[in-house]
Ligand binder design. Structure first.
Ligand SMILES: Cc1cc2nc3c(=O)[nH]c(=O)nc-3n(C[C@H](O)[C@H](O)[C@H](O)COP(=O)(O)OP(=O)(O)OC[C@H]3O[C@@H](n4cnc5c(N)ncnc54)[C@H](O)[C@@H]3O)c2cc1C
Length: 380
């Protein structure tokens, strides 16, 4: 497919239309672990999948600031779709940053047109949040291609994605001390239609229940030489630059916190509680925390701090913690109303919790930040 010129717009009317559609569908969401087909169709047709694809490949050429904003707006109505899109944008950006010209020509126009939804499959049962002990292997074949074998877990967008970014051990792990990933790992782009790539079960999660997060097996999966993304054996270098992009899952947490806040405002208005000073002050405290989380997420997207990579980590840590605490406080303020099983605040609580458990987990973020803080202390 040829690269096309011209910058597409995912402008306000299209964005509003997508959000209205997702909001309407969220209330009728099924409980299969998968997004509704209508929601996926809306996402594929509105142009949003090409958000970070450069204009010369038919996309919109937007940056992390736009990713954070779009993901936040979508999380406000559908947090599951927000994480599907976050992973899609992350893999799109890896292709833009690390793909060779042939890979970009072959893949990016399809991403921009909405044909290709992308997913990221790095995690494995037992590999650890830091991906240092993955069991998936990639063996070089005599024809220059690769043979992939292994089983991935917790891949968001499994079964609905058209292309997966797979992390595999392609060479010897020399035991080099890395905080995220190991030596000898490589990234591979594997098409969903490859018979050796088999999405199996979708996980029965407590939150993010429509995110199609599940298992993907690689069963003697043969790919060509062109599937390798970036330098062989240097996935850890790619991983270490991810945070420099400024895109942050904290944006999902802000959207969730904003949704909880809207629920609270509606509740206090309906119950006439705004006459109570204590209620008003608690509302202001919540609004202040949400504003602070929004600000650090926006700063992460602007990449204008002294160390943008650190700001991205701080933004995830801060916004996800605020997201969880805001939802918990709103839950308390709703009283018995929030104790109804199907009240949306319960879904938001579970969705908010997921952010601290995913890419990179909050504990791993703390570890990465501490390594940098300690090295700054040593050199001071
Ligand atoms: C909703 C959801 C969606 C996800 N989507 C994806 C996806 O699309 N693609 C994908 O590849 N993965 C995905 N994941 C997986 C996620 O990124 C984690 O890597 C995976 O769940 C393993 O984390 P763990 O906490 O179980 O790991 P464990 O290693 O078992 O961690 C146990 C605890 O130790 C902490 N920990 C582990 N290693 C370190 C370290 N080096 N330093 C400090 N603390 C550490 C962890 O944070 C955790 O608290 C998703 C997870 C969730 C919950």
């Amino acid at each position: 497919m040829p690269a096309t010129a011209g910058k597409l717009q995912f402008d306000q009317p299209l964005r509003d239309e997508l959000i209205d559609t997702l909001q309407r569908l969220t209330s009728t969401a099924s409980d299969t672990g998968m997004p509704l087909p209508e929601a996926l169709a809306a996402v594929r047709s509105c142009g949003v999948l090409g958000l970070v694809v450069p204009a010369r490949y038919g996309g919109m050429g937007h940056d992390a600031a736009s990713v954070n904003q779009v993901v936040r707006d979508i999380a406000r109505v559908d947090a599951s779709m927000a994480i599907i899109l976050f992973q899609h944008f992350a893999v799109s950006a890896r292709i833009v940053d690390w793909g060779n010209e042939e890979q970009k020509e072959a893949l990016l126009p399809r991403v921009a047109s909405g044909e290709y939804l992308l997913a990221s499959a790095w995690s494995e049962s037992g590999s650890g949040a830091d991906k240092r002990r993955i069991a998936t292997t990639a063996q070089r074949q005599p024809d220059g291609g690769w043979l992939l074998d292994g089983a991935k877990s917790f891949a968001t967008g499994a079964r609905i994605a058209d292309l997966y970014l797979i992390l595999a051990q392609s060479g010897e792990d020399t035991g080099e001390s890395l905080s995220y990933g190991a030596a000898g790992q490589s990234f591979f782009l594997v098409e969903a239609e490859n018979p050796g790539l088999v999405p199996t079960d979708v996980l029965d999660l407590v939150g993010m229940r429509a995110s199609a997060t599940g298992f993907v097996e690689l069963q003697s999966c043969r790919v060509g030489a062109e599937a390798l993304l970036g330098p062989e054996g240097e996935a850890s270098r790619i991983i270490s630059t991810v945070r420099e992009s400024g895109a942050t899952l904290g944006a999902v947490s802000v959207g969730i916190a904003e949704a909880a806040f809207e629920i609270l405002l509606d509740h206090v208005n309906k119950r006439g509680l705004t006459s109570q000073q204590s209620v008003r002050h608690r509302i202001v405290n919540l609004a202040t925390r949400i504003e602070a989380a929004r600000a650090i997420v926006e700063r992460s997207g602007r990449k204008d701090g002294a160390d943008p990579g650190m700001t991205t980590l701080y933004s995830k840590l801060f916004a996800s913690t605020i997201g969880e605490s805001v939802v918990a406080e709103v839950h308390g303020m709703l009283g018995s109303t929030g104790f109804l099983r199907d009240h949306p605040i319960n879904r938001l609580g579970h969705d908010a919790r997921a952010i601290s458990l995913m890419g990179p987990t909050n504990d791993l973020c703390r570890e990465l930040v501490s390594a940098q803080c300690l090295s700054a202390l040593k050199s001071a």
